[in-house]
Design a protein around this ligand. Sequence first.
Ligand SMILES: NC(=O)c1ccc[n+]([C@@H]2O[C@H](COP(=O)([O-])OP(=O)(O)OC[C@H]3O[C@@H](n4cnc5c(N)ncnc54)[C@H](OP(=O)(O)O)[C@@H]3O)[C@@H](O)[C@H]2O)c1
Length: 386
Amino acid sequence: MVGVSVLGISGSVGSSTVKVLRQFRDQFSLRSFSVHSNWEIAKSLVLEFSPEVICITDPKLVGQFGDSFGSTKILYGDENLSELVKLPNVAVVVTAVVGARGVLPTIAAIEAGKKIAIANKETLVTFGPLINQLVAKHKTLMVPVDSEHNALFQLIERETRSNIRAITLTASGGSFRTLPIEALEHVSVKQALNHPTWSMGPKITVDSAGLINKGLEVIEAHFLFGFSFDEIEVVIHPQSLTHGIIETLDGACLQYTSHPDMVYPIAHSLFYPNPTPQMLIERKPSTWKTLEFFPPDTKRYPGLDLAFQAGRAGGVAPCIYNAANEEAVALFLEEKISFTTIPRLIESALNQITNVFPETLEGYLEKDKETRNYIQKEFKKGGVTT
Ligand SMILES: NC(=O)c1ccc[n+]([C@@H]2O[C@H](COP(=O)([O-])OP(=O)(O)OC[C@H]3O[C@@H](n4cnc5c(N)ncnc54)[C@H](OP(=O)(O)O)[C@@H]3O)[C@@H](O)[C@H]2O)c1
């Protein structure tokens, strides 16, 4: 039995992880998990899996549900997420909370010698150099859960690294791929949340609509696999069937294709380095009639170029890109700014905030905070936001 901890179990990745755990009950045991505020899901999962400890992170709920439920201990607050991952009988930690707040429990899990199934891309984008140092120091096994990175991880593993010329991440193009560009200024939150192929949480769905999710993933791929930004490409692939492509020196392109369902990469990351046993979901290549690929339109998706710029600049530029985006997307979801203001705010933050190359977590956290304050100030001023 492999003990599993899931941070953010009530979200989209969390729910897909539960599906995998249900399918392989004889191999995995859910030992701990967190939700932010979703007590109903927490309660039903405690009844189903009897974990040792759970954590409710919403500060408004501290103490609300007592300190135990049956034999399960209840902790409260972000600061206790690290306790969940350090449990001695947890071997794998699935990081599925949304946003850069995933960093402290991720570091705790690395230091405690756990295998990390990393879905929480914002942590890697923001703190990439630091996380990589820790991963190297503790010889951590970190397996990407993001479908594109999981696909690339599997492809790269099967090829000689020096024989790979470039890697390609596919993008569905999001909710507005075919909308006239002039109409983007006026799209609603509801329209942005209507993703054509994937069912995901609200933040990543908005990120996908502007290809900022792909921007984050380009930076994530750089930190995970060590390819330079000139060796990473993005293609629009509306069918979301091919997730990653590697190009070898002889010009061959090897692609990983599967139905757009997060259970594949999650199961792979849980079982790795062992092979994933047969899954109960259908694979029907005969139904994949079309696989289209074309380059992204930079006018439609300005946030993608900004990610490449931030990635190439290095230092805290990716941290600024991520924090500005998190704040801007939250404002968009609250219907306070337009959709097209999101990349404008990110660009402004990248231009106005000084880039530095910190050696400590505190250095990154300071820039993260400075960026969030900057975006809130810009919003209140009404500058780029109008
Ligand atoms: N969804 C996908 O298919 C997908 C694919 C690849 C990578 N990812 C990445 O995986 C991560 C999670 O995405 P998601 O789509 O699963 O997000 P989601 O559906 O919004 O779920 C987010 C999870 O984080 C918890 N949470 C929310 N606010 C929090 C806070 N302030 N502190 C601690 N926990 C908090 C939520 O708890 P409550 O439910 O109680 O609010 C929920 O469990 C993101 O980094 C995303 O980029 C997602």
